[in-house]
Ligand binder design. Structure first.
Ligand code: BEZ
Length: 258
């Protein structure tokens, strides 16, 4: 799960204020329907919450993430489970899996073809890939507000950064089909996501997930930019004393054809 340019994570803050990332993933585990004895890989497992939930079914699950911080936290939280440090774009296990599961990770992977190929190569024929990621238009209100504030403060090159990959349904399912997957389910839906901190929800979100946009920005300017983002978004994203992020999700189930 590559999150910042140097791929470091504040795992305590992630678990405390942004646990909705994996709490929403509980439904995706139901869609996976893990079965006892199946070999399953949790791609981009983060701090391991969903890996552990999958393990509760009796499946033999491994968590994989490319963040040292995330893997260290997952190992300390769930010492009974195996976790491996590896990148989704280039990983190889000794044995292929019955299923691959990935929640809220693949939008960080701009080398999408490599990721899809690696996932395909690590699945058994007939195996399934169950994923959810940001889809086209995801957090667009936040991105627009942030880019506008960066430009207003003279940080045009930061505003030009593209750190996420939010494909349309047809684009991503097309890439999966090109690789040899058969897509059996796909949806692109809105999920307004309530943020935990009723006061600083949007600022917290930008700092946790959009840190790459703010790299190299002076501290004082950063505060002003975050303030401006908050004010711009107040009209549309602050309702009933709560902040909401304008998430749009892509959910897909695909089978590796024999
Ligand atoms: C998402 O889960 O959609 C997401 C999370 C962080 C940054 C961008 C998107």
């Amino acid at each position: 799960m590559a999150i910042t340019e140097n791929n470091t994570w504040n795992t305590a803050l992630y678990d405390k204020k942004h646990d909705f990332v994996f709490k929403y993933g509980e439904y995706l585990v139901q869609l996976l329907t893990p079965k006892e004895g199946e070999r399953i890989l949790d791609v981009g497992c983060g701090t391991g919450y969903l890996t552990n939930l999958i393990a509760a079914s009796g499946a033999m699950v491994t968590g994989m993430d490319n963040s040292i911080d995330m893997i260290a936290k997952a190992r300390s939280e769930y010492p009974h489970l195996p976790f491996r440090l590896a990148s989704v774009t280039d990983f190889k296990f000794e044995e292929p899996f019955d299923a691959l599961f990935s929640n809220a990770v693949l939008h960080w992977v701009t080398e999408k073809e490599q990721a899809i190929q690696s996932m395909y190569n690590n699945l058994k024929p007939g195996g399934r890939l169950v994923l959810e990621m940001g889809g086209k238009g995801n957090v667009q209100m936040i991105i627009n507000a942030l880019k506008k504030a960066l430009v207003n403060h003279g940080y045009r090159s930061n505003a030009a950064r593209e750190i996420w990959y939010f494909p349309s349904l047809s684009e991503y399912t097309g890439l999966l089909e090109k690789q040899g997957f058969r897509v059996t389910y796909a949806a692109h839906y809105n999920r307004e996501t309530e943020l935990k901190d009723t006061q600083h929800g949007i600022k917290d979100w930008v700092q946790m997930f959009g840190g790459a946009f703010l790299e190299g920005v002076e501290a004082a300017a950063k505060d002003n930019i975050l303030e401006e983002v908050e004010e711009t978004l107040r009209q549309t994203q602050f309702r009933n004393q709560k902040w909401y992020a304008d998430y749009k999700r892509l959910r897909v189930v695909a089978i590796k054809e024999n």
